[in-house]
Design a protein around this ligand. Structure first.
Ligand code: CMC
Length: 434
């Protein structure tokens, strides 16, 4: 990848009476950046930005978000247009290659992914090492990392073809691993992939078929699953993607890097939020208890937050939430579960929060996780699987971002600095003198 940020002027920074010029660089859209790479060398100072709220850590051409406008673009295409018109495999190609595939490209890519769905036979034995009650995300972190032990012929990060093969392997095998994580936790035999099925249908079948009875995949549910995968496929430099890039910046192999992304995604402030949102709806239980929970969320002394509300970047309606809301209703209609009590709580909570001055002033809108939890539950997934499905879809984005980082000529090992506030140097005190 060729660096494309262009000079747009200079910013002046005065430190201890001395003024330093810092280049301002611009991308194609979005905020310009101040290039501070020489700051430490010239001033002996670091910048301080916990949580990276004002720091661009890389140049990227993959995903663009305008949080104030509520815009999300993959390679320039709006997320709602992709969700409406493309398949997940088409979107995966777009994220990886930068352009929508031609008919032939799509056919070839789809064929390749379908032919990488099986796992090494010994991998199944590997699963048996986990406890049955293990959280499926624990199994995902462990087993995706373990792919590097099974497929070490594609771990050379400097070899383009090896990078491609590892990408195809992960995209293709993730549904097989995710469904096995689920089957293992419920004590059912693993269901092998069927390569004549499309990506989403194959995954649903591997989750819900049993040897005694096949699972006939509904077109509505398969399309909903595919849309959920599209909506979750990438989200620029979020915590898990930055984790993947940071892990990869040392030259670590792609399977290990994606495992690190899964670990980061697991947290309730990130990918775990849809599970947390559904648990919260269950805890609220009925519409008449909503005001009590709204007060808790507003109380500064109460750590409770409305899960599925708010976003670090979107200070407007999350564009993914709009599509997810529609998909949620389609699934509930198809399954005829309109009177689901959690849904009644969710709809009322959404209404109240969108009108409440606390949420309006802080621009706390429902995010994608608010609706995805309800949809996935209706489809038959237990809450523990929600983040697993997110990880499955986000794998494509992680791989695209990881590949972009490897090809970036300005790439260096990630090494943040710190403002040290611990003890200055002191002499060791022997045990009997403490
Ligand atoms: N409920 C109640 N108050 C909230 C909430 C919430 N869900 N989210 C933020 N606030 C308040 C917060 O207390 C703070 O108030 P004040 O300014 O008075 O101190 C203000 O809004 C700003 O919050 P913040 O924590 O500074 O915002 P952030 O950008 O650091 O946090 C967030 C973003 C997503 C972590 C947060 O909104 C949150 O915890 N939401 C619930 C968890 C959730 O749904 N996460 C999924 C995010 S979407 C999936 C993804 O992309 O990974």
């Amino acid at each position: 990848m060729e660096n494309k940020v262009t000079p747009k002027g200079t910013a002046q920074l005065t430190v201890n009476g001395q003024t330093h010029d810092l280049p301002i660089l611009g991308g194609s859209i979005g905020p310009d950046v101040i290039d501070i790479r020489t700051l430490y060398k010239n001033t002996g100072m670091f910048t301080y930005d916990p949580g990276f709220t004002s720091t661009a850590s890389c140049e990227s051409t993959i995903t663009y978000i305008d949080g104030d406008e509520g815009t999300l673009l993959y390679r320039g295409y709006p997320i709602d247009q992709l969700a409406e018109n493309a398949s997940f495999i088409e979107v995966a190609y777009l994220l990886l290659h930068g352009e929508l595939p031609t008919t032939q490209d799509l056919h070839d890519f789809d064929w390749t992914i379908r032919r990488h769905t099986m796992l090494h036979d010994q991998f199944d034995a590997f699963f048996r090492g986990f406890r049955r009650d293990a959280h499926p995300m624990a199994i995902m972190v462990g087993s995706v990392g373990a792919l590097s032990a099974f497929y070490h012929d594609s771990t050379d990060v400097n070899d383009l073809r090896a990078r491609e093969i590892s990408a195809h392997r992960m995209i293709a095998k993730m549904p097989t691993i995710a469904s096995r994580a689920y089957k293992y936790s419920i004590g059912q035999p693993f269901v092998s992939p069927r390569n004549e099925l499309d990506y989403a249908s194959n995954f649903l079948r591997m989750c819900f078929a049993v040897p005694a009875e096949d699972y006939v995949v509904s077109k509505t549910l398969a399309r909903a699953m595919d849309k959920i995968f599209i909506l979750h496929a990438d989200h620029e430099q979020n915590a898990s993607t930055s984790t993947v890039r940071l892990a990869g910046s040392s030259g670590a192999n792609p399977f290990a890097c994606i495992a690190s992304g899964i670990a980061s995604l697991w947290g309730p402030a990130h990918g775990g939020a849809n599970e947390a949102a559904l648990n919260m709806l269950a805890e609220i239980g009925s519409v008449d208890r909503i005001p009590e929970y709204i007060s808790k969320a507003k109380d500064k002394n109460d750590p409770f937050r409305l899960m599925g509300f708010g976003h670090r970047v979107y200070k407007n309606y999350d564009p993914r939430a709009k599509v997810m809301r529609e998909t949620c209703h389609e699934v509930l209609d198809a399954l005829d579960v309109r009177d689901e009590p959690l849904l009644a709580v969710a709809m009322e909570l959404e209404k109240i929060a969108l009108e409440d001055p606390y949420f309006v002033e802080k621009k706390l809108y429902p995010n994608i996780d608010f609706y995805s939890g309800i949809t996935l539950k209706a489809m038959g997934f237990p809450t523990e699987m929600f983040t697993v499905l997110f990880a499955l879809a986000r794998t494509v984005g992680w791989i695209a971002q990881w590949g972009e980082m490897i090809e970036d000529p300005s790439q260096k090992i990630g090494r943040p600095r710190q403002a040290f506030t611990g003890s200055p140097i002191r002499d060791f005190v022997p045990l009997d003198k403490r």
